[in-house]
Design a protein around this ligand. Structure first.
Ligand code: CA
Length: 224
């Protein structure tokens, strides 16, 4: 899952980027509204954390522009703790959730996970797909035989994306865009390496290859 954080408070932003990376997200950061709007328009994020008081362009304006352009990325706005009117304005502009400052990063992570799940049409609770249950806190996966497998950071990000999109053809390019952040060295051949590592841990049949198209997680008409 790849996130965009638009926040001008440098200390808060640095802390959040560290916490969210540790929680298994790829994340990009913009410190003003203009850059934030541009990144959110150009890059395929799974969710955006948007501060409202930003230099150059306010968070509300950024959000209105995205929604006017039919950009439906899930957006969580950061508001002042007691500013109920900011929350109302935010929802009217198209926000999906909010969090009042100051907040605990654990709550932010829980809300982001719920938001991403809802956007994918999935219910809350543990992420289950294709006989696997993902523990998003410990970054472990349990198979249907009850065996737990530990995952590296990249394996976790890739598997979580696959589990949120079972049965769909996912190109290497799309997987790369959702597993790595903007500054990463994005080589889509690396995805192949990680797919093979997951296959070794979880069984070849769970991730099928569609020649020339990409991968299908679980049921699909793959070729092997
Ligand atoms: Ca601010």
């Amino acid at each position: 899952m790849r996130l965009l954080l638009v926040e001008d408070d440098r200390r808060l932003a640095e802390k959040l980027v560290d916490r969210l990376r540790a929680a298994g997200f790829a994340i990009d950061h913009a410190d003003n509204g203009v850059d934030g709007e541009h990144l959110g328009t150009e890059e395929p994020y799974d969710a955006v954390i948007l501060d409202l008081g930003l230099p150059q362009r306010s968070g509300l304006e950024v959000l209105r522009h995205w929604r006017a352009a039919d950009n439906r990325v899930p957006v969580l706005i950061l508001t002042a703790r007691d500013a109920w009117h900011e929350r109302v304005d935010g929802f009217q502009a198209g926000a999906d959730d909010y969090l009042g400052k100051p907040f605990h990063s654990e709550e932010l992570i829980a809300r982001l996970n719920a938001l991403i799940r809802r956007a994918g049409g999935l219910a809350g609770g543990p992420l289950r797909a294709v006989g696997l249950t993902l523990d998003e806190e410990s970054m472990e996966v349990e198979d249907d035989a009850g065996t737990r497998h530990t995952l590296t950071g990249t394996e976790f990000r890739l598997l979580r994306y696959l589990m949120l999109h079972p049965g769909k053809v996912l190109s290497k390019g799309r997987l790369t865009e959702h597993v790595y952040d903007y500054d990463s060295d994005k080589d889509s051949n690396v995805i192949e390496v990680y797919v093979n590592r997951l296959r070794k841990k979880l069984g070849r049949e769970r991730i099928r290859t569609r020649r020339g198209q990409g991968y299908v997680f679980g049921e699909g008409e793959g070729e092997g």
